[in-house]
Write a protein that binds this ligand. Structure first.
Ligand SMILES: *Cc1c(COP(=O)(O)O)cnc(C)c1O
Length: 396
């Protein structure tokens, strides 16, 4: 099996900065052991496996504790960010319909930097997507006025990201919350990549603005455990301000030949391992463990920022967490990407503006100098016009 992966991206060496979150062998062992113990169990059956139901409940409670969930807030574990987002959109739509809104063609309003999982969910549910352009003042931030202007009586959800994936920037959720409240629109905060990072960065002194249930207009959130929660893959959380909102999520049916069944999320069968591993990792790390890891990632991002700036790159906006994008006035970032790829680095790119993209893990602390040295070489190769075949940057 290990040999089969010989041609894969070298994530164990820290040479990927997308797809994998590498917090080292100790955490990997916690994931393996806890996942293996519940490999056969099925989260579909909480009555058969009350221990899994209890673990899920505790995971949700830890999530709400971190994200200022008010009394009565609740949620569920899902298979990932796309699943969480799909369920949040579905819940908001059913809530809107139950309350006399969106009687026509339902729509959702989001900035261009929001994740495409919302478009996928909207496609599945025949919902219109209204994307607003980003500010062109050099900040690449969300245009809250444009977001508000796009909301109407058929808007079932407005979306803010904390942070977004392309730039790693946190949207102005407070201002967006005021706009959503004025329009009577459900606000979802997509904290898939930041939900288990931003609270710890804040504890470490990073000036993270309010972005979660602390803001009254925020009705739901998505936060992925299998990203900066460092849990095994197949684990995310979708959270709601109240039981009354959550009540629109589960699918409950008794009119078929089989037994009546109620499922909270998109899945039927739910892998017990993803739940047990998440519970184990969260309890293993605790607040202090997460603070340490996220502090290391923030420090690594700062070193990376300084290093790429020395090479003439410009950081897109002012990232505060583990993601960053950077462009170059003299060399096309996609050409530099191709050179880095030839040197064994598998990272991502951002299209708007064209830039290189890094989603950093604790492991990258060990390889920052190596990355920057290869980046300097790659930049020189591109500037001198001796780049190898351009690699088409595509991720599927
Ligand atoms: C990763 C991500 C998602 C989607 O999560 P998956 O687990 O890949 O389905 C959604 N939003 C943001 C901001 C993300 O970074």
């Amino acid at each position: 099996m290990i040999e089969r992966g010989g041609g894969d991206a070298k994530w164990r060496d820290g040479k990927t900065a997308v797809y994998v979150f590498n917090a080292g062998p100790e955490l990997s062992q916690v994931q393996h052991e806890a996942y293996g113990l519940y490999m056969a169990e099925n989260g579909l059956g909480p009555l058969a496996f009350p221990s899994l139901a209890q673990m899920e409940k505790e995971v949700i409670s830890m999530a709400l504790g971190l994200l200022h969930g008010p009394e009565g807030a609740t949620g569920a574990m899902t298979s990932g960010g796309t699943d969480s987002i799909t369920m949040a959109v579905k819940t908001a739509r059913d809530y809107a319909r139950a309350n006399g809104r969106a009687q026509g063609q339902a729509n959702i309003v989001l900035a261009n930097s929001a994740h495409l999982a919302f478009d996928k969910a909207a496609h599945l549910m025949d919902i219109e997507v209204r994307r607003t352009p980003l500010l062109n003042d050099g900040s690449w931030g969300m245009d809250v006025a444009a977001m508000e202007a796009a909301m109407d009586a058929d808007t079932i959800m407005a979306v803010g990201s904390a942070p977004n994936f392309p730039h790693g920037l946190i949207d102005p959720i407070e201002a967006l919350g005021e706009a959503a409240a004025r329009k009577g629109v459900w606000l979802h905060v997509d904290a898939c990549v930041g939900g288990y990072f931003a609270p710890f960065a804040r504890m470490n002194g990073v000036p993270v603005p309010p972005f979660d249930f602390e803001i009254p207009a925020v009705q739901s959130m998505s936060a992925d455990l299998h990203k900066y929660g460092y849990c095994a893959k197949g684990a995310s959380t979708v959270l709601f301000r109240s039981e009354a909102l959550y009540a629109h999520m589960p699918f409950d049916m008794d009119t078929w030949s089989g037994a009546p069944m109620k499922t909270p999320t998109l899945a039927g069968t739910r892998p017990g391992g993803a739940i047990s591993a998440a519970w184990a990792v969260m309890n293993h790390l605790g607040i202090e463990g997460y603070r340490g890891l996220q502090g290391l990632v923030c420090a690594t991002r700062e070193r990376m920022e300084e290093g790429v700036k020395r090479l003439g790159f410009e950081i897109v906006g002012a990232p505060k967490l583990g993601l960053m994008a950077f462009s170059h006035p003299g060399a096309h970032p996609f050409a530099v990407y191709g050179e880095m790829y030839r040197r064994g680095w598998f990272t991502s790119v951002t299209k708007e503006p064209p830039s290189l993209h890094l989603m950093l893990s604790p492991k990258h602390a060990d390889v920052t100098e190596q990355y920057l040295a290869d980046l300097a070489e790659s930049l020189a190769a591109v500037s001198e016009g001796r780049e190898g075949d351009r690699v088409e940057a595509r991720y599927s």
